[in-house]
Design a binder for this molecule. Structure first.
Ligand SMILES: *Cc1c(COP(=O)(O)O)cnc(C)c1O
Length: 369
């Protein structure tokens, strides 16, 4: 018997590469190409480091208040964490505590199955349809099915559901599921928590946030990492019923009271308050995305209609791996996976117009040679 037998083993999530070399065009992790709101830099420069002697506010109230104000939500319905990864991990730990499987798509954010493995939560991956859309019916009316005659307990529990996670818009496909379909999934599963991961919602999608007052089992998760240009600060947040947020908060305070550091709380509060800058930068990204779609189409690329700050595309004439490698040689990094259904695709983050022009020129060169 070795101590290794009792280790909580898990195959970790692989984050996109963060290369050390400069002058690279980095379109692989969906970061925002624009800097954070101007107030962030101003405040950072005048911070008094002697304040760092003290612990930060464990309730994160400046940031919670700023988010509650901006979204016009009661602050008791807001939770914050160290990036939405932290919020999502805490939500998995808190809400998915049954022996029934949680459900999420086969192609989605690849952290979900890692958390399920880490926390020993049973899960079932529901295949996306051929067009990469979410098969809504497969998520509905499962939790309520009574035991079906002739099925063993194990078989029966497979038909049931211990929770649902939907990234909307989905990653890495970029496709949005309409709010009616999202509501159908939530309404069909009142006995379990439904998490809607809205990491990309600010690039043209419709948020499920208004539904938190109607369904107390809905948790809507968002992040400062993409639309608010602050991936490096690590800020994520969630909205839910007061009851749901209380449970999440109890789990957080049982794990680590001081998740968010002092500068992050203040700078995040300033960032969320600047609506003008937020709208300006996300609109620029949306415009660049639409331009890029047109150029990719001209080059013969095929892609689903993205509502995010990335495009998930493949080319009928050249393999995903080949294009990826050739871009890499030209100092352009995008993201790709080896998984069977998506191995020909590249996920290309939307950068500045300049960066996308460079990308398109490189792709033209690669495709036409
Ligand atoms: C980027 C991303 C996250 C995590 O973002 P954080 O930087 O941890 O806030 C969560 N979900 C999806 C779908 C993402 O793409």
């Amino acid at each position: 018997m070795s101590w290794e037998e009792n280790v909580r083993k898990v195959v970790p999530y692989t984050p996109g590469e963060q290369p050390k070399i400069k002058n690279i065009i980095k379109l692989n992790t969906n970061e925002n190409p624009y800097p954070p709101a101007p107030a962030v830099e101003m405040r950072l420069k005048e911070m008094d480091v002697s304040d760092f002697r003290k612990y930060p506010d464990p309730t994160c109230s400046v940031l919670v208040d700023a988010i509650a104000d901006y979204y016009n939500v009661d602050k008791k319905k807001v939770f914050v964490g160290v990036g939405s990864d932290d919020v999502l991990a805490m939500a998995f730990l808190t809400f998915f505590n049954s022996d029934k499987p949680i459900l999420f798509p086969d192609i989605t954010y690849s952290f979900y199955d890692v958390w399920a493995e880490l926390f020993r939560i049973p899960y079932k991956q529901i295949p996306l349809k051929d067009d990469f859309s979410i098969n809504v019916d497969e998520y509905c009316n499962l939790a309520n099915t009574d035991a079906i005659d002739g099925l063993s307990v194990a078989e029966d529990s497979i038909l049931k559901c211990g929770g649902i996670v939907i990234a909307n818009p989905n990653a890495p496909t970029g496709l949005e599921l309409g709010l009616n379909a999202i509501e159908k999934i939530i309404a069909s599963n009142p006995d379990v928590v439904v998490i809607v991961d809205e990491a990309y919602i600010d690039f043209g999608g419709t948020s499920a946030l208004p539904l938190i007052d109607k369904y107390d089992n809905l948790l809507v998760v968002q992040t400062f990492s993409k639309s608010r240009s602050m991936a490096g600060m690590r800020i994520g947040y969630a909205f839910g019923s007061e009851k749901l947020i209380k449970y999440l908060s109890d789990a957080k305070f049982s794990f680590n009271s001081y998740t968010m550091n002092m500068p992050t709380l203040e700078l995040g509060a300033l960032a969320v308050a600047d609506k003008t800058y937020f709208d300006e930068t996300r609109n620029k990204i949306i415009a660049t995305r639409e331009r890029t779609k047109a150029s990719l189409k001209e080059l013969g690329f095929e892609f689903a209609d993205s509502k995010t700050n990335f495009i998930f595309a493949k080319h009928p004439g050249k393999s995903g791996k080949e294009i990826f490698d050739e871009l890499r040689q030209r100092d352009i990094i995008v993201r790709r996976w080896d998984a069977e259904r998506i191995k020909e695709y590249l996920r290309i983050s939307i950068g500045t117009d300049y960066e996308m022009d460079k990308l398109i020129a490189a792709l033209k060169n690669i495709i036409e040679k």
